[in-house]
Structures are given as structure tokens and as C-alpha cells.
Design a protein around this ligand. Structure first.
Ligand code: MG
Length: 279
């Protein structure tokens, strides 16, 4: 501790004692800096210049109907508009290898009915942020669950429904942005059939203490077209890593611009960069 801070603490103790006497309260016993001078967690002081700086990234570009935006610079890109090299087809009775059967066109890929689920080859561990863009067919066919049906499956959580829910009534726990047979979305933020829509999904994994007791349930939040539709939904899942599977429900739904970012929600400082050199 520097001399001047010792003096400052001493001075404040004296001042504190006088105030304490006046207020008939015990005097401060310690020269430790006050707790309220620390940010939450108690490790870093208010305005602490020795604290690691948050990593600098390039944020995502804005997607338009005409073109997808650029993923953020620290994302793992799962589909960049070109090929399905990061994906595999579910093997079933008809297909014996996992080569993707869905078709890639002009920056997007499309469900080919009766080929089965498409699934990422990679699993992403830990807390994570997922971005998915999708469009139901512009030519409206069918009704209720038969119209533009697909779905997003992240291991450990129920289906996040993909459906044409623009002026298409169905059961609320099965409409677009519902966690199927669990939670309807808070609002219906659907765009028209044929228009590109976005899901931004945040996963927080189940946490246990050293004795193995669950101290935090798995939680998942969803924004549909930039609108919060599911917030902190809790599920009894201990899954610590997820792949992303997309549903073949027999409708030619399209997908583009899919990426994921692992998140460090527990200790982001540990991923920071050192403070710049003093000049
Ligand atoms: Mg579905």
C-alpha cells in the first residue's frame, strides 16, 4: 500500500470513529478497502485499470431479405452459404451413409422431404449463443402443422418449432418459436411466408456444486426476429454439449447464415486481453 493511501485510510478511520461515536456504532476494525468499492465478485476494484480488457471482435453484419449478414468474427460458422461440409444426414433404412441430402442453392440450403434430419458434425460444449436464419415456402400450402414445418433441435432441449405462423392458426405450444409441447412464444413475431426470419438462442448449461447437487438448472432463451420470445426457460437437462439438428417434416423450408459462439458466462475476465502498456 502506498503511503498516501495509508494516510487516507487512517484519516477515514478517524473520521469513521468520530461519526461512529456520534451514531453510537462500533468503529471500523479493519483497514481493508470497503466492499462497496469492488465490482461484483470482489476481485476487481471500481475503475480498476489492471482488469483484463474484453476481447475485441467484429460484430455481426445486419442480414437483409436479399442477403445474410457476416457472422461475428469469433463465431464458429456452421453454414456460410456454400456447402454442407459441417453437416451430416441422419442414417435410416433407406440411406446407409451420412452424406447430406438436402440441397444447397444460392446461399441457402433447403429441406429435401423424406431424407431425414440434418445434423452438425460438431458438438459445441458449454454456454453458447446460436444464430439461425430460416424461411418457410413463399407458396403457401397446407394449414396448421402442415405449413412450413421444420424445427431446431439443440441437444438437451425440446424442439424449437419452425413453422409458417403468419396468419396460420395452430395449437400455441406448437407454433413458430414455441418449445414444442412445452412453452408457446411470448408473442407471435412471425414474418410472412417466404421471408427470412432469425432465431438467436442463448444456452446456459446446468451447474452442479462439488457434491454433485444441481445449483442451477439448464436455461435457454430465444429471440425471434430480434424479439424476446422465450426468456430463461428452465429444463432438467444435464447435457453439457449440443449439436444442432434440423427437422425434415416434409416441407421445403430453407436455412442460411448459421453460426455459434461459445460463451464464458462464469469468468469472462479470464478470456480478456491484458491492459495496454502504459505510455
Ligand atoms: Mg417441427
Amino acid at each position: 500500500m502506498h503511503c498516501h493511501s495509508v494516510l487516507a485510510v487512517a484519516a477515514s478511520l478517524v473520521a469513521g470513529s468520530i461519526l461512529s461515536l456520534a451514531a453510537d456504532e462500533p468503529a471500523a476494525k479493519s483497514a481493508e478497502p470497503k466492499k462497496e468499492n469492488f465490482t461484483p465478485g470482489g476481485k476487481w476494484k471500481h475503475g480498476d485499470m489492471s482488469r483484463p480488457r474484453p476481447r475485441v471482435i467484429t460484430p455481426p453484419g445486419m442480414s437483409t431479405q436479399a442477403a445474410p449478414g457476416q457472422p461475428p468474427s469469433d463465431a464458429i460458422v456452421l453454414f456460410d452459404g456454400k456447402d454442407l461440409s459441417k453437416w451430416k444426414q441422419a442414417v435410416n433404412r433407406e440411406v446407409s451413409d451420412d452424406a447430406p441430402r438436402w440441397k444447397v442453392e444460392d446461399g441457402y440450403f433447403e429441406v429435401v422431404p423424406k431424407t431425414g434430419f440434418l445434423r452438425t458434425r460438431e458438438k459445441i460444449a458449454g454456454d453458447s449463443q446460436w444464430h439461425i436464419e430460416w424461411a418457410t415456402p413463399s407458396e403457401v400450402k397446407g394449414s396448421s402443422q402442415g405449413r412450413g414445418n421444420s424445427g431446431v433441435f439443440l441437444s438437451g432441449f425440446p424442439e424449437l418449432q419452425v413453422l409458417d405462423s403468419f396468419d396460420n392458426d395452430t395449437y400455441p405450444d406448437g407454433q413458430a418459436a414455441a418449445f414444442y409441447h412445452n412453452y408457446p412464444p411470448m408473442v407471435n413475431a412471425s414474418r410472412k411466408p417466404g421471408e427470412w426470419q432469425t432465431y438467436d438462442i442463448i444456452i446456459e448449461r446446468q451447474k452442479k456444486d462439488d457434491s454433485g447437487k444441481v445449483i442451477k438448472k439448464a436455461r435457454i432463451s430465444v429471440l425471434h426476429n430480434g424479439t424476446v420470445v422465450q426468456w430463461g426457460r428452465e429444463f432438467d437437462s444435464g447435457t453439457q454439449e449440443s449439436d444442432l439438428a434440423l427437422q425434415d417434416h416434409g416441407n421445403p423450408v430453407r436455412y442460411r447464415n448459421i453460426w455459434v459462439r461459445p460463451l464464458n458466462l462464469t469468468d469472462p475476465d479470464s478470456e480478456g486481453t491484458p491492459p495496454p502498456e502504459k505510455k
